[in-house]
Design a protein. Structure first.
Lengths: 368, 368
């Protein structure tokens, strides 16, 4: 029983589609691999774009070449022509289409695992595109450092910049607009000060204060290539409390120690455990109190590529051994509702020759 | 046979989820409606956010309340507790989850139609949030007008701004950063000059020129509310050719005439036809030549809300009658590979009392 492969999605919604087709679209279209043929079937509106930018080896078809715009008929015709009984599809394949195609007699088999396991192994070009996005994240972060250095500290310990209170929103705008000038899409940038930083997903809002840690998690996507960069730094303007300094040192130690543990064949869960153990050794404990979780309660890291979160996982659930060619984040953190959070995130590349290279090129420090 | 309703998605990927749950998340989670209960089931990382921002009437559960993080078991437990035999799901429900749940004995029925038909009828709050996003699009557009007015025209007819050539990229940055300051997410903004404007989806690149039309299609999304605005204006810096002036007048006539045809009960296809007929009457014809499509070859408009494209359609495929409460774009265009494109887009609200209100509040002109 020969199965082909099939995706119905927009390039914007599906990185598998972007990876397979070589381009991105706002509207969904068909990509298939069947017998010797890999192809995309395009509406008139997107045919030109597809011809200009399809990946090597991907044939661009019009809908008319398959009899018209009816997708069920197109896909059945593809199956007939190339002699496949059906298609393997990504796990997030739309159920409505699956039921229609099954109703037409095709086998439609969703994959449990990543649809293109090869996405985990980055090519040299991909590493360059990721690094280029990361450099823009660093440019955004440096802009934030500059803004924070320019602030004055008011009597009530709020930060003032150019005569007005500096808010999370304004600092985020300075970061995001810097990256946009570099051709990035930016959304979700975190600038969370003080206790807001104790919630890892809190974007941050309102006036920023001196002496409290400010978590800046910056993850732009290149508008042209679609690849992401991911960077977190945590800084204090003014004088950090002793507990904040100790937490910072512990997180930095955890990150650097974990990086040294990365090599092919080791499961991601073990790298996570290295970081968790270092934090425990520094006497920072993880658990759940009345105010919610505290300590280190998220995964250590994740793959980055055309998705901001992709395989492999560096977390307790990352049971698969790491493979050469992976690009992952290493981002331990400590979060306490009493004073806030510290997170420090680098990206590393496990190159096919076996060495581990830190891609991130921006300094670490707590106080500015 | 009682069915509940079920969504598994992130708020960022699924506007149905955002609409139902009342908040957005980067990671996917479960929303259900079964018997008397509407609820979401959250991981520890997102539980706090859900409690703070769930829609009225939506109960926030932890995974533990349903026995643990296994989603199949959670959903089966929900079905048992509320006495449903399965769930109706959106058409884009992930096939892998559907097969798992069907394997556990549940009926999983994908909807052909929009999952929440009520999304088409906007509440007063929704109209305000859409209008607020549209005002930001207008602010971005005015910024572009100002930049273009400040340009000088070089001898070779390129536009110079602050001493350097003005590119599509730079004009887009000025628009996008203006909107970002207003709390918008901006991506995909079109600034296409000259013949690039003859491809409706071409974002535009390179140096802009005098005398040629510049299509600016601006569609920001509010980072806080998730609602979109959508606006297109086309302008010329310098002296437009006669054909460009005539095309501009025809498109403006088509837009205003089509707006007058909008009322409850009329199918979207008829509104589209009104605009197409006006363009024909002005002697601008639609067809396909060697260089691709020309004339007016896209739909007249679409609903806007939590999705930038949603029901209803104003296009030849919009066979459903328009319903009170719809917010739609009206955006006729003319595209000719010889000289470029003209598109003029307003948003209108078909209010429940039966009147049609233009939401867009920015002037129309061709030359600046």
């Amino acid at each position: 029983m020969a199965l082909g492969q099939l995706i119905i999605a927009s390039g914007e919604a599906s990185s598998d589609m972007r990876y397979a087709a070589g381009f991105s679209t706002p509207d969904d279209f068909i990509w298939f691999s069947a017998g010797p043929c890999r192809g995309v079937v395009m509406s008139p509106l997107e045919y030109g774009r597809a011809c200009r930018s399809a990946a090597p080896g991907v044939k661009v078809f019009t809908e008319k070449e398959w009899g018209g715009p009816d997708r069920r008929e197109i896909i059945c015709a593809v199956a007939r022509k190339y002699g496949v009984t059906g298609f393997s599809v990504p796990g997030d394949f739309p159920l409505l289409w699956a039921d229609r195609l099954r109703g037409a007699g095709l086998v439609i088999r969703p994959e449990e695992a990543p649809f293109f396991p090869g996405r985990e192994k980055k090519s040299g070009d991909e590493v360059r595109m990721i690094t280029s996005a990361l450099r823009q994240a660093e440019a955004g972060c440096r802009r934030a450092f500059d803004v924070l250095r320019e602030t004055e500290i008011a009597r009530d310990r709020t930060l003032l910049w150019r005569g007005a209170p500096l808010t999370s929103e304004l600092l985020r705008f300075e970061i995001d607009s810097t990256m946009m000038k570099g051709g990035m899409l930016a959304s979700g940038t975190i600038c969370a000060g003080g206790v807001q930083g104790s919630q890892p997903h809190n974007q941050g809002s309102g006036v920023l204060h001196a002496d409290a840690p400010i978590v800046m998690d910056i993850f732009p996507r290149s508008a042209s290539t679609g690849y992401w960069g991911d960077l977190t730094r945590t800084v204090v303007r003014g004088k950090p409390a002793d507990i904040v300094k100790r937490a910072y040192d512990a997180v930095l130690d955890a990150r650097e120690t974990a990086k040294k543990g990365i090599r092919a064949g080791v499961p991601g869960s073990e790298i996570h455990k290295i970081a968790a153990d270092v934090l425990e050794k520094h006497n920072f404990h993880t658990g759940r109190g009345e105010a919610g979780d505290h300590g280190f309660f998220h995964g250590l890291g994740h793959g980055v590529g055309l998705d901001i979160h992709e395989s492999p996982r560096l977390s307790p659930r990352g049971t698969e051994p790491l493979r050469p060619g992976a690009v992952v984040t290493v981002e331990p953190g400590l979060y306490y509702p009493e004073w806030g959070g510290i997170r420090l995130e680098d990206m590393v590349y496990l190159d096919p020759a076996g060495s581990v290279r830190t891609l991130t090129g921006i300094e670490d420090f707590l106080v500015l």
